[in-house]
Design a protein around this ligand. Sequence first.
Ligand SMILES: [Zn+2]
Length: 239
Amino acid sequence: MLVECLRNWLPKFGVPVYFKNALLTTIIILGISLVARGSANIVLNPSYPESQSLRNWRSKNHAYLTKIVEEKKYLQHSTRHSMAPQEKISSVANVLTNETETKFRVKVTSKISDPQQKFWYMACDNCYKSTAAQYLWNITCNVCHAETVAKLRTKFAMTLSDGTTELEAILFGGLAEKYLSLPANDLMEKDEQNEKVDCAAINTQLYGKEFNADIRKKKVQTRYGPENQYTVFGLEEIQ
Ligand SMILES: [Zn+2]
């Protein structure tokens, strides 16, 4: 049982996890369900020295942990939180109107509609939230509190269309670099030299090509009220 693993594993890093006698209950954290006793107190991000050493350990093992997260190994024993089945293709119209599901696979063509947008931002190398620091500055992230560095991260909006309708979604990181065939450092250099990304050439090259795109839908608060935000977390050209 997962809770037994937590009971054995977390104390090695000094993370306090308390279990008392009571009926079993399910706690869902970050989309992962933990079975624990009803009266269990699981303390997240506690401000103890031991938890700082866990954060340090996480920073040191960042590359390996990122790989585990990207490969979603933690989903291998769970069917409840798995992604949409590969064969289930949604229409873009369904993605826009469906208020019960949050992950979809669509078969689409794509283009970059706004060539004036910024194609990169400076990010915490641990949690990818944006930071005001300069490139490669050492930072203590305001969001995840990791001691890490500021790195460039590619991010841009693209338009996906499947014939029913179209939607604007955000593409990040390696997927975005692959789409543009440009690393983030080149994007920053282009900006410094006042050069633009040649979106017309990219759109022409990819014109008519179809992709399987995995989209995550999330409600976010904006100054205009709640709006749906769409992020592409998987993008594969259909050969
Ligand atoms: Zn961070």
